[in-house]
Ligand binder design. Structure first.
Ligand SMILES: Nc1ncnc2c1ncn2[C@@H]1O[C@H](COP(=O)(O)OP(=O)(O)O)[C@@H](O)[C@H]1O
Ligand SMILES: [Mg+2]
Length: 228
């Protein structure tokens, strides 16, 4: 199962990703996390020490690796021919870090849209990597993303089995959920689900958000209270 966690900025995507990972790991699943935020902070949420995280370079910034695998150095201009199917099978084991509970984390960093936007070697490598990660039945991949999905191309997001939209009480996160549903559908995503985070008044919050989500045909998969 490959899950992508998305939603408005600050709604709790990273927090929910870490909580889901812990919960599923406790249930006996092997967890492989992908931090695809240009400002990655999932490692901290997982309790990986800062000095370890400081040493991590996101895959999308590993210029030598990208150039070795795709044949083109990022930024070397448009029009260069690079390999669309670079070798990636060794990357998860070589570059992931493991937290004290055995949860694996691969920091990928920025993913840019392949269509129209950036047709570049770093994107080809990341896209191939997400596609390549084939999981056994007891493995779960969870990708923590930057706000929205505007930056994603079809090839990247379509490899995910389920797009989870995190919301908090308030119209702005519903608006973003609506955009994500529309764009995600255009990009070929078939399954969506919602997690309501920072719930303060379950009845009131669920009435407002729940009604909107049912219009959008997005099932609510879970709720988390506001812990503030
Ligand atoms: N259920 C919650 N109750 C209280 N604070 C929360 C909750 N979920 C997340 N937060 C806080 O909200 C802030 C944003 O969360 P974060 O997971 O980084 O959001 P995102 O990844 O969507 O930008 C963080 O300070 C986080 O600790
Ligand atoms: Mg985040």
């Amino acid at each position: 199962m490959k899950l992508a966690i998305t939603g408005k900025g600050g709604v709790g995507k990273t927090t929910i990703t870490a909580l889901l990972a812990h919960g599923l790991a406790k249930d006996g699943y092997k967890i492989f996390l992908v931090d695809a935020d240009p400002a990655p902070n999932l490692g901290s949420a997982l309790g990986i020490p800062e000095d370890v995280l400081e040493e991590v370079t996101p895959i999308s910034e590993m210029l030598d690796l990208i150039s070795e695998r795709t044949g083109v150095r990022p930024g070397s201009g448009y029009g260069a021919m690079f390999k669309l199917n670079p070798r990636v099978d060794d990357i998860p084991d070589r570059f992931s870090i493991t937290n004290p509970d055995g949860i694996k984390l691969l920091v990928v960093g920025t993913i840019k849209a392949a269509e129209g936007g950036c047709f570049c070697p770093e994107n080809a490598l990341v896209k191939r990597l997400l596609k390549h990660l084939i999981l056994s039945s007891e493995e779960v991949l969870i990708m923590d993303m930057e706000a929205g999905i505007e930056h994603l191309g079809r090839g990247t997001i379509k490899t995910m089995d389920l797009l989870i939209i995190v919301l908090e009480p308030g119209m702005r996160s519903i608006k973003v959920a609506e955009q994500i549903k529309r764009l995600g559908t255009e990009l070929g995503i078939e399954k969506f689900g919602a997690i309501l985070n920072k719930v303060q008044d379950p009845k009131r919050d669920e009435k407002i958000i729940g009604d909107k989500l049912s219009i959008l045909s997005i099932p609510i998969l879970g709720r988390t209270e506001s812990l503030g």
